[in-house]
Design a protein around this ligand. Sequence first.
Ligand code: NAP
Length: 269
Amino acid sequence: MKPYAEVIGDPIAHSKSPLIHGFWLDALGIDGDYRRAHVKPEALEAYIADRKADPYWRGCNVTIPHKVAVMDVVDDPGDIRRTIGAMNTVVRQPDGALIGTNTDAAGFYAPLAELDLDGAAVAVVGAGGAARAVLFALARAGVAHVTILNRSPLKAMGLLATFGLKGEVVGLDAALPPVSLLVNSSSLGMTGQPPLDLDLSPLPEDAIVYDLVYAPLRTGLLKAAEARGLDTVDGLDMLVGQAALAFELFFGRSPPEGRDDELRSLLTT
Ligand code: NAP
């Protein structure tokens, strides 16, 4: 037997996490494994109880639809429930205790770390689980004003209040304000979902457009931003960033340096 971690969700076949963690395990020569586990909502509690008793299991990444429900069955020393309100990583301690955390917020923020967002006006599309991590990170970065564009306005208003952010909520058809950062954290633009049709002309020339969607990687939004000459960040940066933090928690090592281009090409072929 060797140490292993997993990604759990329903569905789970689409997850790129096994490819990412498998690449790093190979590159570092770690004798470990990272697997997919298809866990339906009604089976989450039993899955967690089963793995808790397995000393080889280092933990799991958690994806749709378990990010909220998993908070009921693990410890929360980082106060994730009250802050981000969703967990994407569970780590088993040597004594069998299970700790839940969230690496999405740090993974989202990593490509923006060089920017000074203190006092900035930003716009965020979406108010689901990913938006919570985005808004948490933006609040900590000190943004001054957030415009949330969302289909369900009440949900978005709740998020502004939760994260203590000043701002407004508008519909998806509203004109964009002239913000320095636009983030799409909705499912719009994802393969199989409706497109995200935004007029980017109100954005200033130095604005950055960040799309969390990674399937496809070059979304319609990013293509439109590139056509306007704006800087862009795609969803793979966050995907790899959140995975790197989880990898360290599971296997005790940082991912190998200087292999990001190789990993990106593996993820895009
Ligand atoms: P979620 O909790 O289901 O939220 C989905 C959001 O999209 C909600 O705001 C929802 O609006 C909106 N939406 C969905 N379908 C819509 C439609 N037909 N018309 C208008 N709005 C619609 O999902 P999530 O976990 O936040 O994920 C959102 C996206 O982020 C996905 O594409 C996911 O792959 C991506 N993501 C990427 C990373 C990464 O590492 N790059 C990490 C996490 C998530 P309502 O609020 O009105 O329902």
